[in-house]
Design a protein around this ligand. Structure first.
Ligand code: MN
Ligand code: MN
Length: 496
């Protein structure tokens, strides 16, 4: 007779026994569990946020896979990709290159939970999360492989994280740190609760909606299929936070505040330009800021309130940065376009500019004048002046360009000396993150540090591009060959 799930689930999910050949502390060292100072019994209170058996899991995942496989076949037969707007193609290049290996790192993180998490229930459900992440990494590779014949940029799905491309270094810096090199408890707070539960909605829900609008049905389906898994396994952050709040609320506050800022800065670079500049105007559903407010800010505030935590001390700075930071990053990334493996869309034709000013009332004051200069140069054929000759200063924490977290009038570079070395930061908040655990970050050399140290040769932009692995077939240029700038020619019939 087959038992009902409820008859056996309680025993199966709580599988733990007393070790007799090794000490418990040796099998579950604090360095891996992160349980420093939290008594072992405390983890009995760790309640599963969802219940699933292997049989249920496989049945549901099989359905999802069948759905994705159907879309993949349709995508191969139709000419969806060839007909895709070039600036939206850039979104898919950026997404594949930037996220495929994050999925793979998540496999390793969840594998570590499955072995070292301090609660048997947590270890049990992490196995399912790990299987989720294997699926995600493999789906990205599969879709990219299908599309490789149209564009060698899809090669970067696999290649990007093995290169020194600067934007990838910024992402890798976060993921190496919080996914691969952090104990289970801190990782669950930073990755499950903050990065996945909050921010991946931006990439997977918001971009999926935009992708559907932009006609890339395959990409949209892929993103949605992945997000259903994320929404489930991200839940394991909550019971972890609940236990930690009883024993070390200060640590919970610190880990959440550091990871929220770092996640936000990354999504400003990755998702902000994709939503507000690359996605064709008539296909945009909401602005980056609107999505952030609805999907991330409200939710994060609610979580903090529910668990008795405070808003991060830098909340006002965060809200100001939400208004400006991704515009600064977009302008910088477009200007340094040879250092990208996708073709950024400038997204500042007259009609697009009206949309930007409508969504961000201070956009014109801050960024219009800089774009006007670029437009003048493009329209007068002075292309060399629209291209970089040097590198921007980079933050030693976020690895992002300094001067990209606020508006044009507040370009700040914050410094701090630590053991005889000067460190540079894009903001007081990034400096504060560094100061929480200086040794965690201190040994790292960012791209500019390496350049100055003579580790990149020849020591010029061509040497840098070579070092980043950027070959001419993938190197970034304007997505639509500068056609938007013609809008501003004196005799132009403005489309808007
Ligand atoms: Mn995933
Ligand atoms: Mn995940």
């Amino acid at each position: 007779m087959l038992l009902d799930r409820d008859d056996w689930y309680g025993v199966a999910h709580d599988l733990e026994w007393s070790l007799s050949y090794v000490e418990h502390e040796d099998a579950f060292p604090d360095a891996w569990t992160g349980s420093n100072g939290i008594p072992r019994e405390a983890w009995r209170a760790w309640e599963e946020p969802f219940r699933v058996s292997y049989r249920d899991y496989v049945a549901v995942q099989r359905e999802k896979e069948a759905g994705v496989a159907g879309v993949r076949d349709a995508l191969k037969r139709s000419r969806v990709y060839q007909n895709l707007h070039p600036s939206f193609a850039a979104v898919s290049h950026l997404h594949m290159g930037a996220t495929c290996m994050i999925e793979q790192m998540a496999v390793m993180m969840l594998g570590r939970f499955a072995r070292f998490a301090p609660s048997p229930r947590w270890r049990n459900i992490s196995v399912f999360g790990m299987l989720d992440e294997i699926r995600h990494a493999q789906l990205d590779l599969l879709f990219s492989h299908d599309l490789l014949k149209y564009d060698s940029r899809f090669d970067w799905c696999q290649k990007a994280f093995h290169s020194n491309e600067w934007a990838i270094i910024a992402i890798r810096s976060f993921c190496d740190d919080w996914m691969l090199d952090t104990n289970c408890i801190d990782a669950a707070l930073a990755v499950n609760l903050t990065f996945e539960h909050g921010f991946t909605n931006m990439q997977f829900v918001a971009l999926a909606a935009d992708a559907m609008e932009a006609g890339d049905v395959g990409f949209s389906n892929l993103l949605s299929s992945i997000q259903t898994d994320e929404a489930r396994h991200a839940q394991q952050g909550f019971p972890t936070l609940e236990v930690l709040m009883k024993h070390d609320p200060e640590r919970a506050q610190r880990v959440l505040d550091v990871s929220f800022w770092r996640s936000f800065r990354l999504f400003q670079a990755m998702t902000g330009p994709a939503m507000d500049y690359y996605t064709p105007l008539d296909r945009r559903t909401m602005s980056f800021k609107e999505f952030m407010l609805e999907w991330v800010v409200d939710q994060h505030e609610r979580t903090l309130r529910d668990y008795g935590l405070k808003r991060p001390w830098y909340w006002d700075t965060f809200l100001q940065s939400l208004e400006h930071g991704h515009h600064a990053l977009h302008l910088g990334m477009w200007f340094w376009r040879p250092t990208l493996f996708w073709k950024p869309s400038a997204g500042v034709s007259k009609v697009e500019r009206r949309w930007l000013n409508d969504k961000y009332p201070s956009w014109e004051d801050s960024w219009g004048v800089l774009w006007d200069e670029i437009i003048q140069n493009v329209n007068h054929g002075r292309m060399a002046q629209t291209l970089p000759e040097t590198l921007p200063a980079l933050c030693n924490l976020t690895q992002l360009p300094i001067g990209t977290h606020l508006d044009r009038h507040h370009l700040e570079c914050v410094t701090r000396e630590h053991h005889g070395r000067m460190y540079y930061f894009d903001s007081e908040v990034s400096k504060w993150c560094f100061e929480q655990e200086p040794e965690r970050y201190a040994g790292h050399l960012n791209v500019v540090d390496r350049f100055v140290a003579g580790l990149i040769q020849p020591a010029d932009l061509s040497g840098v591009l070579q070092w980043m692995g950027l070959t001419p077939d993938v190197m970034g240029d304007d997505a639509v060959d500068y056609s938007w700038a013609r809008d501003y020619l004196p005799d132009a019939q403005s489309a808007g």
